[in-house]
Design a protein around this ligand. Structure first.
Ligand SMILES: C[C@H](O)[C@H](O)[C@H]1CNC2=NC(N)=NC(=O)C2=N1
Length: 267
């Protein structure tokens, strides 16, 4: 794909006349080849399939449904108001008790230093693996999640399979003191990733969607109690221990990678 594009490019550069005589379709194909791989097909599909408009009736119906959903969800976890973008502080004890603890009983957990879905970022994530009955249900759930994600402007990492959807969310830069993390170019100072009210909101909305729609109509399957033992920090101290541990790992790994790069440069 890239090689076809690459072999075409010199002819554009070397021969403007020949380039002009080529059909625009070829150029468009060429551009498409360059653009499409940057966005996974599944994600394009999800957004393209989002409903574009709704009638007054369905607006009214969805408002009623939304109120009903809010009541159902509030029975186990309130949705926090979105924090201002400039005040993305890590969750405090009250937030953990109020928003995360009820979610732990629904198989959400805090993953630390998880590279499985994101090879370059470690540290804390709020995560859950959902189970569905078939691929149609999985695709539908992903589409519904994509709508919530767009509304929240908070983008979790998502991996999916035939009947499972793995979600993990973190806030890339939390407010607070900066911590030096060495990057590819050398040492930089930045605030580390962490968990904020944005992550709690997103997780609660996705949980609400799954419970009220997918579990309710049988397309979602309850996650059994025999699922793997999950990490569920209930106090700020426990959360900070995890954060410190994962950051230490992140920094050590980056330093190691830097050293390896230097080593290969000198060879
Ligand atoms: C400016 C914009 O709001 C931010 O870059 C958002 C976008 N989506 C995001 N998604 C997630 N998961 N974490 C973030 O910190 C984040 N930041």
């Amino acid at each position: 794909m890239y090689s076809r594009t690459a072999s075409y490019l010199p002819s554009i550069i070397l021969s403007p006349l020949r380039f002009q005589s080529r059909s625009l379709t070829t150029l468009r194909t060429c551009r498409r080849e360059l653009v499409i791989p940057r966005r996974p097909l599944s994600v394009r599909f999800l957004f393209d399939a989002a409903p574009s408009s709704s009638t007054d009736d369905s607006d009214a119906a969805s408002t009623v449904a939304a109120q009903k959903n809010a009541e159902t969800l509030n029975s186990y976890a309130p949705i926090p108001s979105p924090p201002p973008q400039s005040l993305l502080y890590p969750l405090v004890q009250e937030d953990i008790s109020r928003y995360l603890k009820p979610m732990y009983t629904r198989r959400w957990s805090v993953k630390w230093n998880n590279r499985q879905l994101h090879p370059t970022k470690g540290t804390l994530f709020l995560a859950k693996t959902f189970k569905l009955v078939d691929y149609e249900a999985t695709m539908s759930f992903l589409r519904d999640i994509a709508i919530i994600v767009r509304e929240e402007n908070h983008h979790p990492e998502i991996a999916f399979n035939y009947r499972t959807v793995k979600i993990q969310t973190q806030t890339h830069r939390i407010a607070g003191p900066s911590i030096p993390i060495p990057d590819a170019d050398g040492k930089i100072i930045r605030t580390p990733p962490g968990l904020t009210l944005n992550d709690a909101r997103l997780a609660i909305r996705i949980e609400k969607l799954f419970t009220d729609v997918y579990l309710a109509d049988g397309r979602g399957r309850p996650t059994g109690d025999n699922a793997n033992v999950l990490t569920t920090p209930e106090t700020l101290e426990e959360m900070e221990v995890l954060a410190a541990r994962s950051l230490r790992r992140l920094r050590t790994d980056k330093t190691k990678r830097l050293a390896e790069n230097e080593h290969s440069d000198t060879e």
